[in-house]
Design a binder for this molecule. Structure first.
Ligand SMILES: Cc1ncc(COP(=O)(O)O)c(C=O)c1O
Length: 484
């Protein structure tokens, strides 16, 4: 016998919701003290994981017991919500967004066809319009849709660009990216039927930005070879280093070549809310499409991306479809049907999880938080640059700083020793379990990334991080020597 019926009345909503809320309140209170990485490889972890692989029971269990199990599962995790999570591109996850999401889930409205819930469709469209017009600076008439994340947004953009540029004959289409373009673009190309061999990697300059002249030369060579260049992808903040490609020059090139210009702003797009970001991202407003990832730089919980486009008709041309089971459904004047603009028919109402935080906190709160991240990255850059044991190869465009141990001389052996020392430094910093950093490869060298994105990361956390790095660098001492 189940303790809880499928149908839940007023008292049940309160009783069950109250138990969950109390645990979330405790979780949020304890966040600052939680270890940055709590996935410890022990037999207890293995049996916890095993326990969650069990199938559901025939009779229901007690909610308190289940929540206790969930607490264990949540504890056994990388602390992606905490201030020390400085890897990947972390957002933190706003509680107000989770609340909007809870509301949306509990009321379960249908978000694919505007006629099914027109005011909620309008709410979602207001968020899309804000992103297209205010955040990205696209002109009146632009639009887009909310997606599950940046990968889905990039995929939707590639499909729209392919349809617009190539029609049905896609075999000879070519795309221009760099080695630092997020891999979801190449994946999107493959899923969209573009041969991987036709995804060009344009060389970068010494700041790791796409070289527009090299792109122009490749496009020319491809045209001469009978291929059909149709898409240039610029990054507004690469995942590796937060580097912004020369967006204006790429927009010029795309215009000259009559190609689609997509900007992957999954990481950096929202920095356009700040004055500094607007300058760094100049040219983004000239894109045909822009990927944004609210679950990164708008601090939302995982699961929300966005694609905004200059001309929403291009999305419809690539994605609209129908079936006779939809024959009784009409459209709602003045509102888009998101089912016609992307892959999903059952498109969940994603707007509420963005609309509620934006209206509750106001846009200024987000602008200030993003400005703070730019300040913190500048602090990290200045501090690390002053440490003689380290080299900091790039000035940050946004909120990611990369560094590594300086090799003792220019030999291969010194570079290898420095890489090993960088690995030890990374392991040493992460062993503190106060912060979590990850590495990448730049110029064939192991390089550590500090990616400051979470709204919960403030100056005191960054001060502690810098102390940790400095003390690990001191501890390494001569370890970066080739003879060390
Ligand atoms: C620049 C960039 N593009 C795309 C993505 C993919 O986004 P998602 O993980 O939301 O699918 C990421 C993720 O880190 C990214 O940094």
């Amino acid at each position: 016998m189940s303790h809880y019926a499928l149908e839940t009345g007023h008292a049940g909503v309160h009783a069950m919701g109250g138990l969950v809320l109390e645990r979330i309140a405790r979780f949020v209170d304890g966040l600052a003290e939680r270890p940055a990485d709590n996935v410890v490889s022990t037999s207890a972890t293995a049996s916890l994981v095993q326990s969650f692989l069990a199938p559901p029971p025939e009779s229901g269990r007690d909610l308190m017991t289940l929540l206790g199990c969930l607490d264990d599962a949540v504890d056994c995790a990388v602390e992606t919500a905490g201030p020390g999570f400085l890897t990947a591109v972390p957002g933190g996850g706003l509680y107000s967004s989770a609340l909007g999401e809870f509301y949306a889930r509990a009321t379960n409205r249908y978000g694919s066809l505007a006629v099914a819930a027109p005011a909620l469709a309008a709410l979602e469209e207001s968020v899309v319009q804000w992103m297209a017009r205010e955040v990205c600076g696209l002109p009146e008439g632009s639009g887009g849709l909310l997606t599950s994340g940046g990968s889905m947004a990039n995929f939707t953009a590639v499909v729209a660009a392919r349809q617009d540029g190539l029609g049905d004959d896609i075999g000879d289409g070519t795309i221009y990216t760099t080695r630092y373009t997020h891999h979801s673009v190449a994946k999107a190309a493959r899923l969209a039927g573009i041969k991987l061999g036709n995804v060009r990697m344009v060389p970068c300059d010494e700041d790791l930005k796409m070289d527009p002249a090299a792109a122009a030369a490749m496009i020319h060579a491809d045209r001469v070879a009978g291929l059909r260049p149709f898409l240039i992808v610029g990054s507004a903040g690469t995942t590796d280093t937060g580097t912004v490609d020369p967006l204006n020059a790429l927009a010029d090139l795309a215009e000259r070549e009559q190609m689609w210009f997509h900007v992957d702003g999954a990481y950096g797009g929202f920095f356009r809310l700040t004055d500094r970001g607007r300058q760094t991202l100049a040219g983004l407003e000239r894109a045909d499409s822009v990927t944004l990832d609210p679950h990164k730089t708008l601090f939302l919980p995982f699961g929300t991306g966005a694609l905004v486009v200059r001309d929403p008709a291009t999305l419809r041309a690539a994605h609209s479809g129908s079936g006779s089971y939809l024959q009784d459904v009409s459209s709602y004047d003045g509102l888009p049907d998101y089912a016609d603009m992307g892959l999903e028919l059952s498109h969940e109402v994603r707007g509420l999880r963005i609309w509620l935080p934006l209206h509750l906190h106001g846009v200024a709160a987000f602008r200030e938080a993003l400005d703070e991240k730019l300040d913190l990255a500048r602090q990290v850059h200045e501090h690390l640059t002053a440490l003689p044991a380290l080299e900091v190869p790039l000035r940050p465009d946004l909120s990611t700083v990369v560094f590594r141990v300086r090799p003792h001389d220019t030999t291969e052996a010194a570079a290898e020793a420095a890489d090993q020392a960088t690995r030890r430094l990374l392991d040493g910093v992460n062993a503190s379990r106060r912060v979590l950093l990850h590495s990448t490869m730049l110029d064939g060298r192991l390089t550590i990334r500090v990616c400051v994105v979470s709204y919960r990361t403030h100056k005191d956390h960054i001060d502690k991080l810098l102390e940790l790095i400095a003390s690990e660098a001191r501890r390494l001492g001569p370890a970066s020597r080739t003879d060390g």
